[in-house]
Design a protein around this ligand. Structure first.
Ligand SMILES: Cc1cc2nc3c(=O)[nH]c(=O)nc-3n(C[C@H](O)[C@H](O)[C@H](O)COP(=O)(O)OP(=O)(O)OC[C@H]3O[C@@H](n4cnc5c(N)ncnc54)[C@H](O)[C@@H]3O)c2cc1C
Length: 184
């Protein structure tokens, strides 16, 4: 994100540590009236906007699950939504609760270094390779690795011929948009 921000000189448009606490459409002005809290200064001020686009997410207001005794645990514990990146799993015995998309990504990484990992899952999950990704991985002989990089030749072709890039993007888009709901 930093790289994109720097490349396109976006920093001057971004206000960090600012929370929108209210928004009203002002019919007489034809503008949105916003109330914004500067979290550093703990001050609320007004601002106005012609357009108001909500991108405030739906899963960033996370909560601890109601597990009895959870907060009495004496060792370090964390929620995947607030993962402590300074935590070193090396040589530790770890309990990982949950086998959703976060759990299944955390498990293979910590098991490489942890002494022991207990993984608790209430219900089993389905893990399926996504259509486009899977077919590309098979084509490239990389299915076991689970990721691939575009080759320099491919990048050159995408740069030289925008139609090739465009068609490829459409292919990715269609595959991702339809893999859960296959076309009849
Ligand atoms: C633990 C966890 C693991 C996930 N793992 C994956 C994964 O592996 N793969 C995947 O594809 N997706 C994953 N997701 C889902 C993915 O993170 C979200 O779908 C994605 O981040 C949504 O993007 P967004 O821009 O809509 O919202 P967010 O990324 O949530 O961004 C919303 C932003 O708005 C800000 N904001 C909220 N309210 C206000 C306000 N009043 N004023 C100002 N700013 C505000 C927040 O601070 C935040 O920065 C995961 C989510 C969680 C919680």
């Amino acid at each position: 994100m930093r790289t994109v921000t720097e490349k396109y000189k976006l920093r001057r448009y971004i206000k960090l540590r600012h929370q929108v606490v209210g928004a009203w459409w002002k019919e007489d002005q034809g503008q949105w009236h916003l109330q914004i809290r500067d979290l550093e200064k703990d001050e609320v001020f007004s601002d106005y906007a012609d357009f108001f686009i909500l991108g405030y997410g739906i899963v960033n207001f996370w909560e601890w699950p109601k597990i009895q005794g959870l907060h009495d645990f004496k060792g370090p514990y964390m929620h995947s939504a607030a993962y402590d990146e300074s935590f070193d799993a090396t040589g530790k015995t770890i309990a990982l609760v949950g086998g959703g998309s976060s759990g299944i990504q955390i498990l293979p990484e910590i098991r490489k270094v942890a002494k022991k990992v207990y993984h608790y899952a209430k219900t089993p999950n389905w893990c399926a390779p996504v259509d486009f990704g899977a077919s590309e991985l098979i084509k490239r002989g990389k299915i076991a690795e689970g990721n691939f990089n575009y080759s320099e030749e491919e990048k050159e072709l995408f740069t030289k011929d925008p139609k090739v890039l465009h068609d490829h993007r459409l292919e990715v888009e269609e595959s991702l948009a339809t893999f859960m709901f296959p076309k009849a």
